[in-house]
Design a protein around this ligand. Structure first.
Ligand code: AMP
Length: 225
């Protein structure tokens, strides 16, 4: 069976994390979020966390060498054997090159689902975002508040605003996205492995659209999903 490598590509606030979590539950593939892995390292004050924090707090990207090493290690684990969902990686052309190098056969190489959404929508979404630090569920103070107030309605933990969800840092993250990450659209398009969807729609509609792409690709690749 071929391993199915799926990249969720899109600007911060596009819904990559939400979609990856939903897809992981349906497909049984692990969600691999470099942002979540880095935030955990920051919380635990590991050497990686102390190094990464400087970049993350200002909205900059963490150096490629650090995230490449995280992903290489993570993809080697047994739960990735059938497939995996990359959420927030790759974010630069060199990272995409590193990822390509991990797959020997063209049929196994990752394909990208681009979630397209205008910057104005993103600033509004990110500036009201509340995250559960325990289970990762995401809320929005206005458009999708937790049923339990400022606690997670799934696991009960107190919700937090991410340090990098302040307006100035959001604007920097969007600039970084357009400069460093958007060129990946061309990278995967040239290789015939790019599929774009409209991200300014209800979460369930987007989820269905992504699932359809993954299943069609799976049939082409000979995976069982
Ligand atoms: P995210 O949760 O994906 O928005 O990531 C939060 C922050 O972690 C980013 O703003 C970056 O500072 C860092 N980060 C996450 N993934 C990567 C990556 N693939 N390359 C570089 N930095 C990353």
């Amino acid at each position: 069976m071929t391993q199915q490598a799926v990249i969720l590509l899109g600007p911060p606030g596009a819904g990559k994390g939400t979609q990856a979590r939903m897809l992981a539950a349906i497909l049984g593939y692990p969600q691999i979020s470099t942002g979540d892995i880095l935030r955990e390292a920051v919380r635990n004050e590991t050497a990686l966390g102390l190094e990464a924090r400087r970049y993350m707090n200002s909205g900059a990207l963490v150096p490629d060498s650090l995230v490449d090493a995280i992903v290489k290690e993570r993809l080697g684990r047994s739960d990735c054997a059938a497939g995996f969902l990359l959420d927030g990686y790759p974010r630069t052309i060199p990272q995409a090159g590193c990822l390509e190098g991990l797959f020997a056969r063209d049929a196994e190489r990752p394909f990208a689902v681009g979630i397209h959404i205008p910057d104005g929508v993103l600033v509004n979404r990110l500036s009201g975002r509340l995250t559960c630090p325990s289970c990762g569920k995401m809320f929005h103070a206005l458009s999708s508040p937790s049923k339990a107030g400022y606690r997670c309605d799934q696991c009960g933990a107190a919700l937090v605003t991410r340090k990098d969800d302040s307006v100035e840092v959001i604007e920097e993250r969007l600039r970084v996205y357009h400069r460093e990450t958007e060129p990946l659209v061309g990278f995967y398009r040239e290789r015939g492995r790019y599929f774009e969807i409209d991200g300014d729609r209800p979460v369930e509609v987007i989820n269905e659209a992504i699932l359809q792409i993954i299943r069609t690709q799976g049939q082409n690749q000979g995976t069982t999903r």
